[in-house]
Design a protein around this ligand. Structure first.
Ligand code: PMP
Length: 408
């Protein structure tokens, strides 16, 4: 084993005691060869793997890191709360401060509940909508990800038909398909669930058509169903008042997590007044859900994002990355497809249905010091400055050269 990398040694040990080596979305087996699985350190927008290689990171832990790793303001707030208490018989005062801040800054919100993971929040939204309406059907976009429990998991292993019996599917940005799904649900329609934009893995990203967003609002208003925005992935990156402020449509319920506490474990559900009673009746809780440290981190994160206008900063740096990708592809005579909001971009190569070119690009860029993803939207964070983006673009140059060799 002496010539094996530390990463390879850890993977070999893990393979014996962890099913599949690692559960879920952070399993590096799904990435091109060369991507590390284990990390020793992170700072700002940089990561060091266990073999000491440094990269500029454009995944931001798949969303949670929004200000940058070890943001000093967030970590100081977390440390101060940790010295007082974290997991106690009840919450710390910071819960009320955070809830007040969320309700004040998210226009549709009259109340909020906190949880740990995005799945907790989306599941609570669906349950609250059903409790409030005493109906069962929920419309869900085909291919949208809402979490990792049986009603919504992308895997069907261990899932029963009954777990999903009351989902009715529509196509994102297709109003006619939503109308048809709503008609199929008849008078049993409890809610319509929708992500902030279409960000399905391995597919070009689509921003929400404002007419589509308005149609969902209108159908909910006509039928008394709840419009549920799953803002887990995009929340606090696109707009601090909820991502659909960008299209002028307000949901009845929204689910947040990922970026809310800059990497500390927290999720939130925000809701309109008419859902308050149902939110009281539903039993939603967990042993760690009143932990005070992540709440202190969230309060500091949201204040910082507002103080520095985080969404605008990430948008500008995402645009710089996107412009650099366009120039690099042009230099190499490559046709690329760029999609998504600049804060959460995706780069694809034209005609690359099997992602062979995208994977070659990412593998070469990684070896040159930038961590990109070939299939999933990437995430800018506020620690990306012009120098970091330009460093990423230098590495991307190696990626474009590799693709040019393959397709030349
Ligand atoms: N909804 C969306 C849109 C997501 O992107 C995710 C996480 N990728 C979830 C829900 C589930 O969040 P979590 O993994 O924190 O449970």
């Amino acid at each position: 084993t002496t010539n094996l990398s530390r990463d390879a040694v850890l993977r070999e040990r893990a393979a014996r005691v962890i099913p599949g080596g690692l559960w879920g979305h952070l399993n590096a087996a799904k990435l091109p060869a060369g991507y590390p699985q284990y990390y020793s350190r992170a700072e700002g927008c940089r990561l060091w793997d266990v073999d000491g290689r440094e990269v500029v990171d454009f995944m931001s832990s798949w969303g949670p890191i929004v200000l940058g790793h070890h943001d000093p303001v967030v970590e100081e707030a977390a440390r101060r709360q940790a010295q007082l208490g974290d997991c106690m018989n009840g919450p710390a005062p910071v819960l009320v401060e955070l809830a007040e801040r969320l309700v004040a800054s998210i226009p549709h919100a009259e109340w909020c509940l906190l949880a740990k993971n995005g799945t907790d929040a989306t599941t609570a939204c669906v349950t609250i909508a059903r409790a409030a309406t005493r109906r069962r059907k929920v419309l869900v976009a085909r291919g949208s990800y809402h979490g990792a429990v049986p009603w919504c998991s992308p895997s069907t292993a261990g899932v029963t038909a009954e777990d999903r019996a009351h989902l009715v599917f529509y196509d994102y940005n297709d109003v006619a398909s939503v109308r048809a799904a709503a008609e199929a649900a008849k008078c049993d329609l409890a809610g319509i669930l929708v992500t902030a934009f279409r960000h399905d893995m391995s597919r070009t990203l689509d921003l929400p058509d404002p007419a589509f967003a308005r149609a969902l609002r209108a159908i909910c208003d006509e039928t008394g169903a709840a419009l549920i925005l799953d803002d887990v992935r995009a929340g606090f990156r696109l707009h601090l008042g909820g991502s659909w402020e960008t299209v002028g449509v307000r949901p009845d319920l929204a689910a947040y997590s990922k970026a809310i506490a800059n990497g500390h474990p927290l999720a939130a559900v925000t809701g309109a007044e008419w859902l308050r009673r149902a939110a009281t009746e539903v039993f939603t809780t967990g042993s760690f859900w009143c932990g005070a440290v992540p709440m202190a981190a969230a309060l500091a994160t949201l204040e910082e994002l507002q103080r520095i206008d985080g969404p605008a900063r990430m948008r500008a740096m995402g645009q710089r990355l996107r412009d650099g990708f366009a120039a690099g592809a042009e230099r190499h005579g490559l046709r690329i497809i760029q999609s998504g909001p600049p804060q959460m971009p995706l780069l694809q190569f034209a005609g690359d249905a099997d992602f062979r070119l995208g994977e070659a690009f990412c593998a070469a860029a990684l070896a040159a010091g930038a961590y990109f993803h070939p299939r999933h939207n990437m995430f800018l964070n506020c620690a990306h400055d012009a120098a970091a983006v330009d460093r990423g673009l230098e590495a991307a140059e190696e990626g474009f050269a590799a693709v040019a060799r393959l397709s030349g």
